[in-house]
Design a protein around this ligand. Structure first.
Ligand SMILES: NC(=O)c1ccc[n+]([C@@H]2O[C@H](COP(=O)([O-])OP(=O)(O)OC[C@H]3O[C@@H](n4cnc5c(N)ncnc54)[C@H](OP(=O)(O)O)[C@@H]3O)[C@@H](O)[C@H]2O)c1
Length: 307
């Protein structure tokens, strides 16, 4: 039996993290085909603060009060999906335009969710959906990286970067990581063939086949000049890569729901083959502190909320 109301975090207008407040809301009513999930952990993403600040207000206006967040892990409490009956432990990425993760319950479409192994904690599972799918889709769908190719990966030790690095190596590619100086050793330990300091070191090696970017901006553009003719540049950053003088136009892409790849990520994480460190955990009521930490950048891992 599900409670009729739940604790949630909402905001009533765009602004800094102080606009977030705790509220008691009706539990979501699953639409036909949807499941209801009791949320046990929430992954806080850089995008959460961007939506809250109004960065996308002109093109994608939110409806207020808005419950933020996309990434949840928890237990199914209602489902008509035979593959994920009540009691199933799942991870899910909620619809970007609806969101609703910062709450005790979430309505989830099965196409956005995947079962997780008992060996995977809810906290670890909540780090997977958005960063994991973004990293894997960047390498597999957007760049279609092939064995033996060389990929420049910026921000390779960040959340998206780590999953992209893992996916590129799984495809047999060679990764050149462009990171801050303090992350060079980590990038090599994660499997990058080489690591250079973004903005400090020039590239003098053979041309890159592709660029997978999670940082954006002019410093990345400098490295993009070294993409071979016919190569591709894809970015997930909201800071554009200036295109002037580049061998190809950088293309932005947005992550999309992908249950099969999420299941693959969950299996790899459950087997211990894939992990993003958790930098901080906050109770749900401290969502504003959690977003401030993520908004400031350089958190050193994922930030997780616990309802
Ligand atoms: N388009 C989409 O669908 C989509 C999906 C997910 C994420 N994103 C975006 O992708 C970006 C990365 O997300 P994330 O979750 O991976 O964030 P993250 O975990 O904070 O990782 C960002 C990484 O980039 C590094 N970095 C930032 N600025 C840098 C610079 N100037 N030089 C070198 N390294 C730099 C960071 O290093 P430090 O930690 O040392 O600062 C960190 O390693 C964000 O802008 C996010 O909004 C987009």
């Amino acid at each position: 039996m599900t409670a009729e109301t739940m604790r949630a975090i909402v905001f009533d207008g765009y602004g800094d993290a102080s606009v977030l407040r705790e509220a008691r809301l009706p539990c979501p009513v699953p639409q036909p085909g949807q499941m209801l999930v009791r949320v046990c952990a929430i992954g806080v993403n850089p995008a959460d603060g961007k939506w809250r600040s109004g960065m996308f207000a002109r093109t994608r206006p939110l409806q207020f009060p808005q419950v933020p967040g996309y990434d949840v892990a928890g237990e199914v409490v209602y489902s008509e999906d035979a593959a994920m009956p009540p009691g199933t432990r799942v991870a899910a990425m909620l619809d970007a335009l609806v969101q609703g993760a910062y709450a005790e319950y979430a309505a989830v479409a099965p196409r956005s969710a995947a079962p997780i192994a008992d060996t995977l904690s809810f906290e670890a599972a909540a780090t997977l959906p958005t960063p994991g799918l973004t990293g894997v889709q960047l390498i597999e769908e957007q760049l279609d990286v092939q064995p033996g190719e060389t990929v420049l990966l910026t921000g390779a030790t960040g959340a998206v970067g780590r999953f992209a690095l893992h996916a590129a190596r799984a495809r047999g590619a060679r990764v050149v990581a462009a990171v801050r100086a303090k992350h060079v050793d980590t990038a090599i330990a994660l499997g990058a063939a080489q690591a250079i300091v973004l903005g400090e070191q020039q590239w003098t090696g053979a041309p890159f086949d592709h660029v997978a970017d999670t940082v954006g901006g002019a410093l990345v553009a400098d490295l993009c000049r070294h993409v071979r003719a016919g190569g591709r540049i894809r970015t997930v950053s909201t800071t554009p890569i200036p295109a002037e003088g580049l061998p190809c136009t950088p293309g932005f892409f947005g992550v999309h729901a992908d249950a099969d790849r999420l299941a693959r990520l969950a299996q790899a994480a459950g087997a211990g083959a894939l992990e993003v460190a958790i930098a901080a955990r906050f109770p749900l009521v401290q969502a504003a502190d959690a977003q401030r930490l993520v908004d400031a950048g350089s958190a050193g891992g994922k930030v997780v909320l616990i309802p």
